[in-house]
Design a protein around this ligand. Structure first.
Ligand code: BGP
Length: 476
């Protein structure tokens, strides 16, 4: 018999400021690197941007009301740094502080626990211009200053904080494959930027703990568990390489304050290892997250990739941002691994594997290696949805989520301490590189690539399904 979900399990859903808010230049908000990046032709799907997004900034009360009607227990959202500090540092913008304060109060009044992400990729453009943003160590005190402002303003009401969202993704896309701002391909700089992000993350976690705030803080990591295609020892080694460089390389630093041995050795041999300054090692070691935030979407499968003549396209592989099945390209690093198709799992129209067992594996691996509670901060299905007679019959999403909820229950039965599940996403929203056609929400929003939709909110079938899941505490 499977264990029950804890009675205080945080059933919820998630979003991020740039993807929902709109109002990109209102009430004193400064511009972020994303406000800038989306204006470069060819960078986003059909030129879509978040200028209006789904207008949550003006409609947050309506959105919270629908959450309350659903019985939602927790809502994860991010704060736009540029609403609080339009230039990244300096004077606080009171209107920005007030917006999130009102949102938090509204959530609490409706019995919904606010989960706040401090950084979900929308760096102030002013900091990018001033010193290259994450490329400079100056980002560390500036990020701490911003976070401290939030802790002071909301620390009495917000109990769960996510420091950085998917550091592995924003650094990879920003400095390795150039699909996110600042759009660079510079392997050495990538590892240095990532090192600065590690330091900033550690410093913010320490600040939070020093301030004695009654709450918990941790990073959200995009963890893609790695499999081997079969038991050929070389393929198993390839999977271990992928796990070391794609997962331990981040999570070990968060928890143990040290880069893992094999990965660091690999970087040193290639002259790619980050430069440590005095105090870095101590800072990394001194901070420990209270939970691991897990963003789980899919798993990946690996095969050996020979040094000579192997697949090599780690910095420029084709991602599927069209929604046409089979248009993504496998990637690899000669001498380490290459990704291959897994014949045992289905994929979405965006070529993401659908693998609920992978979620159970992810939870167990994190619990075993890091001994931390896990908060699942993202998981969901991006698909085309069709509005028919005022309804959206997204049975495929219900099926996807149902299997993932069961996987969580199994992981809890295995002994993993899972404290919550905030699906991606609550309403439909802007997908960074896929526009408005790739939908994740429980609530349909009338918006598309013309960005002229009515923005009307319509609960999908999955909304009512999740309502029952919450009401029965996952026993449905
Ligand atoms: C994660 C991000 C989210 C969200 C999600 C879905 O990486 O944290 O912000 O976008 O992925 O991804 P996509 O929009 O590419 O389908």
């Amino acid at each position: 018999k499977l264990a029950a979900f804890p009675s205080d399990f945080l059933w919820g859903s998630a979003s991020a400021a740039y993807q929902i808010e709109g109002a990109y230049d209102e009430d004193g908000k400064g511009l972020s690197v994303w406000d800038n990046f989306v204006r470069i032709p060819g960078k986003t799907f059909k030129g879509t941007n978040g200028d209006v997004a789904v207008d949550h900034y003006h409609r947050y009360q309506e959105d919270v009301k629908l959450m309350a009607e659903m019985g939602m227990k927790a809502y994860r959202f991010s704060i736009a740094w540029t609403r609080i500090f339009p230039n990244g540092t300096g004077e606080v913008n009171e209107a920005g502080l007030k917006f999130y304060s009102d949102l938090i109060d509204d959530l609490l009044a409706n019995g919904i626990e606010p989960l706040v992400t401090i950084y979900h990729w929308d760096l102030p453009q002013a900091l990018q211009d001033a010193y290259g943003g994450w490329e400079s160590r100056q980002i560390i005190p500036d990020f701490v200053n911003y976070a401290e402002t939030l802790f002071k303003a909301y620390g009495d009401r917000v109990k769960y904080w996510v420091s950085l969202n998917e550091q592995n993704i924003f650094t990879h896309m920003g400095w390795q494959i150039a699909t996110h701002p600042p759009g660079k391909k510079d392997p050495k700089l990538f590892y240095q930027v990532n090192h600065h992000a590690n330091l900033a993350n550690a410093a913010v976690i320490n600040k939070f703990h020093e301030m004695g705030i009654d709450g918990k803080i941790g990073p959200s990591f995009a963890y893609t568990p790695q499999y081997a295609i079969d038991s050929n020892p070389l393929n198993v080694l390839a999977a271990e390489n992928a796990e070391e460089l794609g997962a331990h390389f981040w999570m070990d630093v968060y928890v143990y304050g040290e880069y893992p041995i094999v990965a660091l050795n690999y970087l040193k041999e290639r002259g790619l290892a980050p430069t440590f300054e005095p105090g870095d090692a101590e800072l990394l070691k001194s901070a420990k997250p209270d939970f691991m935030g897990l963003n789980f979407y899919q798993t990946a499968t690996n095969a050996w990739n020979p040094i000579d003549g192997g697949v090599e396209n780690k910095d420029s592989y084709q991602m599927n941002t069209t929604g046409k099945k089979g248009t993504s390209q496998d990637s690899g690093i000669p001498g380490l691994q290459k990704t291959v198709k897994n014949p045992f799992v289905e994929t979405t129209n965006w070529d993401w594997t659908i693998d609920p067992v992978g979620l159970r594996i992810a939870l167990r691996r994190i619990a075993s290696r890091y001994r931390l509670p896990v908060l699942i901060t993202e998981n969901g299905l991006g698909e085309y949805d069709k509005l028919e007679d005022g309804k959206v019959h997204d049975d495929y999403r219900i099926d996807f989520l149902k299997k993932h909820v069961l996987a969580i229950k199994e992981a809890i039965s295995d002994g993993v301490d899972v404290i919550g599940y905030t699906t991606w996403s609550y309403t439909d929203l802007l997908s960074w590189l896929n526009g408005y056609q790739k939908r994740y929400g429980f609530v349909y929003v009338d918006q598309d690539e013309t960005m002229t939709g009515s923005l009307k909110r319509i609960p999908k079938d999955s909304y009512y399904w999740y309502k029952d899941v919450i009401a029965s505490n996952g026993d449905d």
